[in-house]
Design a protein around this ligand. Sequence first.
Ligand code: MRU
Length: 365
Amino acid sequence: MNDREFSVPETIRWAPAGLSALILDQTLLPGVHEEKELSTLEDFIEAIRSLRVRGAPLIGITAAIGLAALARRSAAEGVSAQELRTRFAGWAERLEDARPTAVNLVWASRRLRARLEAATGDAGELAAALVAEADAIHEEDRRMCRAIGEHASTLLTGGEAVITHCNAGSLATGGIGTALAPVYVAAETGRRVRVFADETRPLLQGSRLTAWELSRAGIDVTVLADNMAGSLFATTPPDIAFVGSDRIAANGDVANKIGTYPLAVLAHRHGVPFYVLAPTSTVDLGTPTGADIPIEHRDPDEVRRGFGPLLAPEAADVYSPAFDITPHDLVTGIITERGIHRPPYTKSLAAAVGQAEAERRRQSG
Ligand code: MRU
């Protein structure tokens, strides 16, 4: 890390004894900055489902650290290698089901599965291999975020107005974020931009998290309720839109937080370039199009009650998908750690994922 790099909040770390994880509890932000310890499988699943940890890359990192922590605890209890393998299969299956849309969760869990299959030795040695893989996933994510920021910041000269949705910042990753990474990288080199952060109904990740982490870093941020974006585009349009993603299909269709699709439509209408920033771990070549991406629906009370009093009658039904699909033809470019990818995405994304996998194979020897 060079001196000019921003110090971002630590989203997850090992607890000192190495048998559990400490997460920054994002449900309490921005008012309360508190860590929560996750020890059991139920703790990890609950933290992911309730969005104490959230954002596609961070969900994957949390699942990986969770699996490794559980393996270490079992090894410390003295279980056999065979018993640890059996237990691991059950934990992985349950964790992979915690949230359906962000593919990073399954991606990380599969990496640990593969590492365990290749490992030999007693339970302690198997647990050590899993910890090494989880730490590698965490560290790789940190590096991927910075690389995304370096590539995407070439689109900024300084002084631009950037609009973003939800939180695809440091709080969603193990590093400086995806959609917010170019904002940090540009600021490090004196190219300051102004960020418009959609509030992001119903759980307000934009106002609670994006505005918190940017203002903490001294970056100019303006919050707007989601339904104010049209007015902004019609009067003083932003220069560029940067959003994250939970899963990118092979054809470049993008699943991201609900409200991303209308933002892309607005950007298209007003000629504002619309970029999606995500690591290759979010690209799912096994999912052909956006129509094949499973969309999570959340508890109706998140809309009905928000964070306080009743906002809709109990008797009313609620429609609450957590994500929407932005068709690839509304996406100007997809920026991964491998560079800025342009249409046709079927070709450019396959090449990026292929390069990332080849590099990982080279590094693991
Ligand atoms: O429900 P959330 O808060 O997990 O949704 C997060 C998003 O939609 C992010 O934009 C996405 O995961 C990208 S995070 C780098």
